[in-house]
Design a protein around this ligand. Structure first.
Ligand SMILES: *[C@@H]1O[C@H](CO)[C@@H](O)[C@H](O)[C@H]1NC(C)=O
Ligand SMILES: *[C@@H]1O[C@H](CO)[C@@H](O)[C@H](O)[C@H]1NC(C)=O
Ligand SMILES: [Zn+2]
Length: 494
């Protein structure tokens, strides 16, 4: 998710053939212009939230001994919804780096590239230079807002530092995550990662470099729960928390004495960004990246439990913010080759089996994958799972095609919205629209003309709030205080 904000990383190409998209799409203005036009014609109808995660909703209910289908997840309560088209410039089905560039930078790009426009070629480092694009976190920082990032995965799955980067890549002009100046604006980084290779960069120490960059500020780095809990946002300007040597463990396998949950890290990030700047907008990006990894491993139980943990983080975000002044979004970066099928009975375990058998006289699970590690043939037939506990956390759901790791899917993803300007998130849009709509709502980015007419509108909301909450200061100087919490049901790079 956030690597696009942190870094411009060239990946070595996984693909031996180069595929290119339409040439006009290599110009970032192509995507930016779409964003702007869409604003001008955005007529805000009310759309009720589409369920982005039916399976996790049922699981959440069943974890509370309910039937499940009728359960209301926190994200189900968002009043506005839209759909986003996720294709990348060169592929029908995207990876997470191209989608992150779309929803955070507002520009669609090529597969396996991040923070660059589509004129940059996957794996050809020399095409990086001059094609960099900036993200909404940078725009927010430039507008004096504080920003934060929370995720359950590593920051990047390739190079952690210059030390890991092949000499040829460096010579060609690739830069590493730690060199990117856009690291600087980020007030809280809560990444479940303690990446030791990250600590060496040209003989220097990344974490101490990060601390040195914050001249005259209190910049704290923590790696365990005790220190994390002890961080006081009142006396801390910047916080970096890295908990595990790689990705965080799945939430159901987490050691709560060592690692906080995603809801707890979200709470800390919001406090940190909110306390420091009080009434100024604060984009906080929360990413449940392990959901994606659960699906890649075709362990539906893990993916669904991670989604429930993510929903709890969304609930924490809503609890700590105010709907009148905080825009909250929930979206996914892309879909998976995941299917919810058969005719299971009402209330049947979401991780269970269809009551009706296939033509081969064998049962099948409600959740399956189109491809992935779950492909199996036993005696020329699908495996017999009648005596298999498919609800076990380690169960790997069947798939039709054998692959080591299940692929992403190409379906549109939902975006759910709540709070001021939530009506902008409606209809079927390009995924790159999201960055422009967030910038519009938060009054950051390149085109702020509409913000001149905003104060009155925002004031109205403020006065409304003041009548219900006497503690609230409705001074006109606070008109820009629409806060922005972006919760991303997203995966990180891979
Ligand atoms: C659900 O039911 C089981 C078995 O009756 C019980 O052990 C468990 O505590 C219940 N869980 C909740 C959340 O009510
Ligand atoms: C947490 O980190 C601090 C700083 O490195 C260390 O002093 C402390 O012993 C650690 N606590 C635990 C429980 O590992
Ligand atoms: Zn993925």
């Amino acid at each position: 998710c956030y690597s696009s904000l942190l870094s411009i990383v060239c990946y070595s190409s996984l693909l031996s053939i180069y595929v290119s998209g339409p040439v006009e799409e290599e110009n970032p203005e192509f995507w930016r212009a779409q964003g702007c036009d869409l604003f001008l014609c955005a007529i805000p109808p009310k759309v009720w939230a589409l369920p982005p995660s039916q399976h996790a909703r049922i699981l959440k209910g069943q974890m509370h001994n309910q039937s499940g289908e009728e359960t209301v997840m926190t994200m189900d309560t968002f009043p506005h919804a839209g759909l986003l088209k996720t294709y990348s410039v060169d592929f029908q089905i995207p990876d997470s780096s191209s989608t992150a560039t779309a929803y955070l930078c507002g520009v669609k790009t090529n597969l396996n590239t991040v923070g660059v426009n589509a004129a940059a070629r996957n794996g050809i480092c020399k095409t990086q230079k001059g094609n960099e694009v900036t993200s909404i976190l940078k725009w927010a920082k430039d507008a004096g807002k504080s920003v934060g990032i929370v995720t359950t995965t590593r920051a990047s799955r390739k190079w952690y530092s210059d030390a890991d980067m092949p000499a040829s890549a460096k010579k060609e002009g690739c830069t590493d995550i730690s060199q990117n100046p856009s690291v600087d604006p980020i007030r809280v980084i809560v990444i479940h990662e303690l990446c030791f290779s990250m600590t060496q960069r040209d003989g220097r120490h990344l974490i101490s470099d990060w601390q040195k960059m914050k001249v005259g500020k209190v910049a704290r780095y923590v790696w365990n729960r005790t220190d994390f809990d002890a961080v006081d946002p009142d006396t801390t300007d910047y916080l970096m928390a890295l908990f595990e040597p790689g990705d965080l463990r799945f939430d159901v396998e987490r050691d709560p004495t060592m690692d906080p949950s995603i809801a707890e890290t979200t709470e800390k990030a919001i406090h940190q960004c909110l306390w420091v700047t009080s009434s100024v907008s604060f984009p906080v990006c929360v990413s449940g990246g392990r959901i994606d990894q659960g699906h890649h491993a075709s362990r539906a139980s893990m993916a669904l439990h991670e989604t429930v943990a993510f929903d709890n983080a969304v609930a924490k975000g809503l609890e700590l913010t105010n709907e009148e002044e905080t825009l909250t979004l929930v979206t996914a970066d892309h879909s998976h080759a995941f299917t919810f099928n058969g005719y299971p009975f009402r209330g049947q375990s979401i991780l269970g089996k269809s009551p009706l058998y296939g033509k081969d006289m064998l049962p099948y699970t409600t959740l399956m994958y189109g491809n992935g590690p779950g492909y199996k043939v036993v005696d020329n037939k699908r495996p017999d799972i009648r005596n298999v506990d498919t609800q076990s956390k380690d169960y790997v759901q069947l798939s039709a095609v054998p692959l080591d790791t299940e692929t992403h899917g190409g379906e549109d993803v939902a975006v759910l919205a709540r709070g001021p300007m939530a009506h902008l998130f409606h209809g079927v849009q390009e995924q790159s629209y999201l960055a422009h709509a967030m910038a519009y709502a938060g009054c950051v980015g390149r085109d702020l003309r509409h913000c001149e007419s905003r104060p009155q509108h925002t004031n109205t909301q403020r006065i409304l709030v003041t009548t219900t909450d006497d503690d609230r200061n409705s001074a006109p100087s606070q008109v820009s205080s629409i806060s922005l919490v972006t919760a991303l049901l997203a995966a990180v790079l891979h």
